[in-house]
Design a protein around this ligand. Structure first.
Ligand code: AMP
Length: 189
């Protein structure tokens, strides 16, 4: 693994534990000699993870659509890639990253992580992805994912492929052991 892509809130959220985890994750990324790939913003958890990764001496690549250029971008990025569209931004994030972690966030974060989960189940991606479930932030969503399995819209194997942890070190240990189980996407065909 070389680059870790982090999806997270452009807001800090109400619980200080979210910012603490963003800082810790940045420290963990640099302690492992990895680089960070993310949305390029200076705001919220995004700004925090970038700052702590840079403080540890690692490279940070921000990828931003041109609509945000010059408005919210982090000033100290190792590299800033400006794209025409949001779709191009996500495509580059996917190409240059070896694993994906979602921290707490809003619609932007949900959309990004769900796209990666979708690509995993159709075999378009075999890169590990996980959720850092800080203080139970994602508990209800994870419960809903169980319902989707129970209602036979998602395969249990595909849900199990998503790594969930509350600890920024353990999630990396699980990434290293990750092996994609290939099963057909469709259920009850
Ligand atoms: P949200 O969770 O709705 O705050 O959105 C955060 C996610 O959307 C991040 O993971 C980013 O990749 C993307 N995003 C939000 N703001 C920006 C921004 N200013 N530039 C690039 N991407 C952003």
């Amino acid at each position: 693994m070389k680059n870790i892509c982090v999806f997270c809130g452009s807001s800090p959220g109400i619980d200080p534990a979210y910012l603490r985890m963003a800082n810790k994750l940045g420290e963990e990324i640099s302690a492992r000699g990895l680089g960070l790939v993310y949305g390029g913003s200076n705001l919220g958890l995004m700004g925090a993870v970038a700052k702590s990764t840079l403080s540890g001496g690692s490279c940070v690549t921000g990828i931003m659509p041109k609509v945000f250029e010059g408005k919210v971008q982090h000033p100290d990025l190792t590299e800033l890639i400006i794209t025409d569209t949001m779709h191009q931004r996500k495509a580059i994030m996917f190409e240059i990253s070896d694993a994906f972690i979602a921290l707490p966030g809003g619609f932007g974060t949900f959309e990004e992580m769900l796209e990666i989960f979708t690509w995993l189940q159709i075999g378009y991606s075999s890169k590990p992805c996980g959720i850092l479930n800080v203080n139970g932030y994602y508990d209800e969503l994870l419960k809903f994912f169980d319902k989707a399995v129970e209602m036979r819209f998602v395969r249990k194997e595909h849900l199990d492929a998503i790594i969930v942890d509350t600890d920024s070190k353990k999630i990396f240990d699980k990434f290293e052991k990750f092996k994609l189980v290939k099963v057909d996407k469709w259920i009850d065909r």
